[in-house]
Design a protein. Structure first.
Length: 228
């Protein structure tokens, strides 16, 4: 059963959302304050999704999001009465995967939950390590390890990028597909953004980045990842 961490201090809303999620078959852990939420900092990978309010007692949702994303890839859906464009942009810049303004329709919330769970493959079938050539990428710690040494630490976006490539290994994926999967509709990167990530991956993982073994350019379309 997919597990969701719900962090919402408004008691009646917490109960309504919990009930509806459970009716959809999810297991829900409900908390009502920022302090209580931080108690789950070392258990985040047990959850397929985190639903997070912004305005919480003691510790704000902004701070919780930042701390959670330092530890885990688990998707975060902000739900907040702070619904301006600047609020949404702030949440997404902190690493949130989606943002829903209050008051919201429960059906819309459930749909967004379903889509985020699908995008993350429920969080429990992701590999702990991705091996690329003679390097290992630890999905939990974001560290790249080579010859037993940590050579760098990746960002959440870079980890998501590698997971997407692994899921579609051997397939040609377009720049538009990558943008849609990793950025959605809430921000506006360009195809050049994708190219810059590929350049960095080649420098990090390829023995000869001018003649790549893993990250291949497909002219006029996008890229293909082959890991052998």
């Amino acid at each position: 059963m997919a597990k969701i961490l719900l962090i919402e201090d408004e008691e009646s809303l917490n109960h309504v959302v919990t009930m509806n999620l459970e009716m959809e078959g999810y297991e829900v852990v409900s908390v009502f304050s920022g302090n209580e939420a931080l108690q789950y900092l070392n258990q985040l990978n047990e959850f397929g999704l985190i639903i997070l309010d912004v305005m919480l007692p003691y510790v704000s949702g902004w701070e919780i999001c930042e701390k959670f994303k330092e530890r885990s890839n688990t998707p975060i859906l902000f739900v907040s009465a702070k619904g301006t464009s600047s609020d949404k942009i702030k949440g997404l810049k902190l690493g949130a995967d989606d943002y829903l303004a209050k008051p919201f329709d429960l059906e819309e919330l459930l749909l967004r939950v379903q889509l985020l769970m699908q995008r993350s493959n429920l969080g429990n079938i992701k590999p702990k390590v991705i091996v690329i050539g003679d390097s290992e990428v630890n999905i939990s710690s974001y560290e790249v390890i080579k010859d037993g040494d940590i050579i760098t630490t990746l960002t959440k976006r870079e980890i998501d990028f590698l997971l997407l490539f692994q899921q579609h290994e051997g397939e040609v994926v377009s720049r538009d597909f990558i943008l849609d999967k990793l950025w959605g509709t809430e921000s506006f990167p360009t195809s050049r953004t994708i190219d810059n990530y590929i350049v960095q991956f080649r420098k990090l993982f390829e023995k000869d980045h001018k003649h790549p073994q893993f990250f291949h350019s497909i002219r006029g379309v996008g890229y293909k990842f082959t890991n052998h």
